[in-house]
Design a protein around this ligand. Sequence first.
Ligand code: NCD
Length: 308
Amino acid sequence: MKLRHIVTAEQFLDRKFLDKLFVLARKMEKTDMRGYTNALRGKILATVFYEPSTRTRFSFESAMMKLGGQVLTTESAGQFSSAVKGETLEDSIRIIEGYADAIVLRHPQTGAARIASDIASVPVINAGDGSGEHPTQALLDLYTIHKEKGSLDNLHISLVGDLLYGRTIHSLLKFFPLYKNLTVSCVSPKKLKLPDEHLQYLKNNNVGVEMQQNMKPVLARSDVLYMTRVQKERFSSLKEYESVKGTYVLDQPMLTSFKKDGIVMHPLPRVNEIAAIVDQDPRALYFKQAKNGLYIRAALLHWVFKGK
Ligand code: NCD
């Protein structure tokens, strides 16, 4: 049987699949998963994180438990697993697959999830591979936008911050060509601009895209303002990080020029990109967005194990 790995957002570029996934997530959300409490009974999910996480790991684990399954976890695999002793990722996967029915993997190396899925005999779910991708985050982002805006057709989406290293952005933009008349502003300092391969992908798929260094001009026309953290851990020197951190801060004065029915999103954690006062604005969606992760990941686990 073909294993249902989740490696890249590109494997989900199918509106029918997405509709079904969102309907299931919505149903789970509305019923707080009643009716699914035995769905994954007897299954074990290993969550193997070589990088820090709060939302992704906890929401996967909570989802698995709510579905009646169980969880094996290592929250800091780089520190506490045999990686410290020099074990390769491949060897670790070969061992863990003997103990678990699926593996959620976060790893600092771009392509790590692909490598793991190539050798694993159980499904591997990419929970972030370096600055590569974070497909389940993109799916929960998409679910959030669908819930709030009905669809992404005719929307203007502004991606703000670290577009070079931000893996959530790299996954999210893969979905844009699926929608009609969707336009994008990429707002970043020069040093953190969207890698060419992603820009080309958007252009080749006829997504209207503009590059910006300033956030202010996009505020009034953005339906979705997607803020991101500068990915400190990807920089080779602190000095380089310091030179770009804090470029964009969404605060109260900025909010006054933001579209009245727009939404502010952020994969979180935020450092200082969004002032705490913004949390009180009804357009601030990021905490709801994080909660949506539970239902999308539950729906994804259901698909991984049950195929529907
Ligand atoms: C993101 C990540 O790990 O890429 N966090 C998350 O999963 N919600 C974003 C980030 O760390 O900045």
